[in-house]
Ligand binder design. Structure first.
Ligand SMILES: Nc1nc2c(c(=O)[nH]1)N[C@H]1C(S)=C(S)[C@@H](COP(=O)(O)OP(=O)(O)OC[C@H]3O[C@@H](n4cnc5c(=O)[nH]c(N)nc54)[C@H](O)[C@@H]3O)O[C@H]1N2
Ligand SMILES: Nc1nc2c(c(=O)[nH]1)N[C@H]1C(S)=C(S)[C@@H](COP(=O)(O)OP(=O)(O)OC[C@H]3O[C@@H](n4cnc5c(=O)[nH]c(N)nc54)[C@H](O)[C@@H]3O)O[C@H]1N2
Ligand SMILES: [Mo]
Length: 676
């Protein structure tokens, strides 16, 4: 029996450290690892369910080729690689390397992920995506306002006296954060939750505001109006550290409590109550989720929300500040997505970045010079998770040849001509970062891959050789075998004075990790101040320099589709991952549509009815659940379920970008509901 230190590499805030017990080559237990102070109580159910996931009979263990009748048959690696090489060479010869489309999602964290793009560069380039499905509107807003995405250590929120969880459902998406929130509550802190639905996160809140979706910017401007009017602002902080206060104060004058209440659909009394808390209770931690920034006006809304911190002097102190994303572990290069440490590829003649992730289907289809012929999807499930599923499917089906590398038969893998099996987190060592805490962790190989599973690095080596790449060309890969991987990782860590032996013991804080962010009050914006007025925002994104509120594109009842469909994350899945497992299904039998009693009554619907959710883009049939905590006019269906469960919620969403950062405006999505 051996016990190994490792960490969960899923796209999740918590990124838990784990202790894994291996007996006779098989994983038999998954336990907490106290070395990660943010997650010392151990993994959630998803983390524990790896015991099923890794050994699941549904796992793909060898290459599979589509048959003439649309099924899949097992083929050898030689046959699979020969076929891929032949297709790639043909596409490159006839249409150039950019006729190959390389798509990656957020399936796993790891430095070795970067080998994929390095391979396609050696191929001569490819077409890939820009933007990100997850968090970019908020990241860019934060950068424009504060200069950088820094945040205090996770446990610092326990020092707050006022905590605002704004559009974040931490009880389900970052449950380890709730321990620190509870510590603050035990010391008398006040908790405010702002969410159109009453989530489990709101259960211990003192105040729950349920704004109309996409109106948070207006709410923030209305709060600023009241704070300035009451003189409850930190004049010294504003004088020394804020750019654009006068203009901002003039803007918020128009956001009277009455107008704000009307726009947001929130009682004026609640807005006044929250403004009073913000004016009187300090320190305040303002923690914004990623769900709220999935609107066409969300970047500007995030900027308006951020402004409340400098106004009240809540920056650079324990228990105060902006909690959104912590990029301290991104020490290996600039951020492309939450998981990829490698520098984003720019249009440099080698890699053409021309397809928007948010508009994936439409942009893939629109590309003509050259048209896309061969696709390679790795670590992602775009047929389920990207907006506008029908357009994504059309674009994938228009390819001559599609390769998908995955652990299981996802909606995307079902579209493939060839599926390659992927490793699990326990089958290749890698170094992973995080985006809530600042620990670097070793995701250790603890067992041999089952069946004929190869890590992607070995797939790229074998494929490169077939394409005529020399060992020099392939020098970006680790040398074959475990020792090669470890040497490769050690070389990446060395400039940061971190060793693999240290990481084998447990998590290590990244060199730049800050207990309290911005304690030096140095903001790396063009002005060196917190920018409420940002010229860069307008120059770069064409938005107003001040973050005024305008309704999102699907801003409100347009008559035809009266309901806002929110498609948040599930407690027991990470997007489409984990949901098929039996242990998860015992707790969460399948998807549903949640609706408040008033909307249900108006349609003559009751709990358990089968309903059709529809708009001009698509339709979905789901069982109805009455949810007493939903704002009227809002319905909810969690994302992650796919064709096996009746179809992805993205059958209904539009391929549209957010105003900042090339994110995806999933929640700008009006629908109606009727009995099926
Ligand atoms: N269990 C679990 N944890 C996860 C994930 C998962 O899939 N499952 N995914 C991980 C990833 S990749 C991400 S991006 C994060 C996301 O973490 P969160 O941001 O917490 O998750 P979401 O569920 O997208 O959205 C949070 C809340 O925003 C609310 N919301 C929607 N629209 C609005 C609005 O207009 N205004 C306001 N104020 N609130 C609104 C939703 O009702 C929802 O409760 O979670 C990470 N952690
Ligand atoms: N409607 C709606 N849609 C959404 C969202 C929403 O709120 N609403 N949220 C969006 C957000 S925040 C995100 S982050 C995206 C997530 O979008 P994706 O990243 O596409 O989602 P996942 O379902 O996690 O798919 C990852 C896939 O990677 C595979 N995988 C895991 N590990 C490995 C590995 O080591 N190698 C390989 N090759 N594959 C691996 C998994 O089996 C899984 O099939 O979804 C977005 N989609
Ligand atoms: Mo995400």
């Amino acid at each position: 029996m051996a016990v190994h230190t490792t960490a969960c590499p899923r796209n999740c805030y918590s990124t838990c450290a784990l202790r894994v017990t291996v007996e006779h080559g098989r994983i038999t237990a998954i336990d907490p690892h106290e070395g990660n102070r943010a997650t010392s109580e151990g993994p959630c159910l998803k983390g524990l369910s790896y015991l099923e996931r890794v050994y699941s009979p549904e796992r793909i263990l060898h290459p599979l080729r589509r048959t003439a009748t649309g099924g899949f048959e097992r083929v050898s690696w030689d046959a699979a690689l020969d076929l891929i090489a032949e297709r790639l060479l043909t596409a490159r010869r006839e249409h150039g390397p950019q006729s190959v489309f390389y798509y990656t999602g957020s399936g796993t964290k790891g430095l070795l992920n970067g080998c994929g793009m390095a391979f396609w560069r050696r191929f001569g380039g490819c077409t890939t995506t820009y933007g990100d499905l997850c968090w970019p509107a908020g990241l860019e807003a934060t950068r424009l306002t504060f200069g950088d995405n820094r945040q205090s250590a996770p446990w610092d929120i326990a020092e707050a006296r006022l905590i605002v969880l704004w559009g974040k459902n931490a009880s389900e998406t970052n449950l380890h954060q709730m321990r620190f929130v509870h510590q603050a509550l035990e010391q008398g802190a006040t908790l405010v939750v702002i969410d159109p639905r009453r989530t489990p996160t709101a259960d211990r809140a003192h105040l729950l505001l349920q704004p109309r979706p996409g109106t948070d910017g207006a709410l923030a401007l209305g709060l600023a109006h009241l704070l300035i009017e009451a003189g409850q602002v930190d004049h010294a902080f504003i004088r020394d550290h804020v750019l654009g206060f006068e203009a901002y104060a003039a803007l918020v004058k128009a956001w009277t409590p009455a107008r704000t209440a009307e726009t947001c659909g929130v009682p004026e009394g609640q807005i006044r109550e929250l403004a009073e808390l913000m004016g009187k209770v300090a320190p305040m931690s303002l923690c914004a989720g990623f769900g709220m920034q999935r609107y066409t006006n969300a970047g500007q809304a995030m900027r308006a929300i951020q402004a409340l911190l400098p106004l009240t002097g809540n920056l650079g102190k324990p228990g105060a500040g902006w909690v959104y994303a912590n990029l301290a572990t991104q020490i290996f290069g600039p951020v492309k997505d939450p998981l990829d440490f490698y520098p984003p590829e720019r249009p440099d003649g080698v890699v053409r970045v021309s397809v928007s992730t948010a508009r994936l289907g439409a942009d893939m289809a629109a590309q003509q010079e050259p048209p896309l012929k061969v696709g390679w999807v790795e670590r992602g499930n775009p047929a389920c998770q990207n907006p506008e599923t029908p357009a994504v499917l059309r674009a994938l089906r228009a390819l001559d040849f599609l390769v998908v590398v995955d652990e299981r038969l996802t909606d995307t893998a079902r579209e493939a001509h060839l599926i390659l099996p992927s490793k699990s987190l326990f089958e290749q060592t890698d170094v992973i970062g995080a985006y809530w805490h600042a620990y670097l962790q070793l995701r250790q190989k603890v067992v041999e891959p089952p069946g004929e599973v190869w890590p992607e690095t070995e797939v790229y080596r074998a494929l490169g050789q077939r394409l005529g790449m020399t060992s020099d060309d392939l020098a970006f890969l680790p040398a074959p075998g475990d020792a090669g991987v470890e040497a490769w990782l050690a070389a990446r860590l060395a400039p940061h004075s971190i060793t693999l032996d240290q990481l084998r013991e447990g998590p290590v804080l990244a060199p730049g990790a800050e207990p309290v962010a911005f304690a030096d009050l140095r903001f790396t914006t063009p002005s060196g101040k917190v920018e409420l007025f940002s010229e860069e925002a307008s120059a770069r994104w064409g938005v107003e320099s001040l973050p005024d509120h305008h309704p999102p594109v699907e801003g409100g009842p347009d008559g035809r589709y009266p309901l806002h469909l929110l498609t948040p994350n599930t407690k027991n899945g990470i997007h489409s991952q984990f949901l098929p497992l039996q242990v998860i299904r015992q707790l969460m039998p399948g998807p549903s549509l949640e609706m408040g009693p008033e909307d249900a009554l108006a349609r003559g619907l009751g709990d358990g009815d089968r309903v059709r959710v529809f708009n001009g883009r698509g339709a979905l049939v789901l069982p109805l659940r009455i949810h007493l905590g939903l704002r009227p006019g809002v319905v909810v269906a969690c994302n992650g379920f796919g064709a096996e469960d009746g179809g992805s919620v993205n059958l209904l969403s539009a391929g549209r970008e957010t105003d900042l950062g090339h994110g995806a405006a999933f929640h700008d999505n009006l629908v109606d509901v009727a009995r099926a």
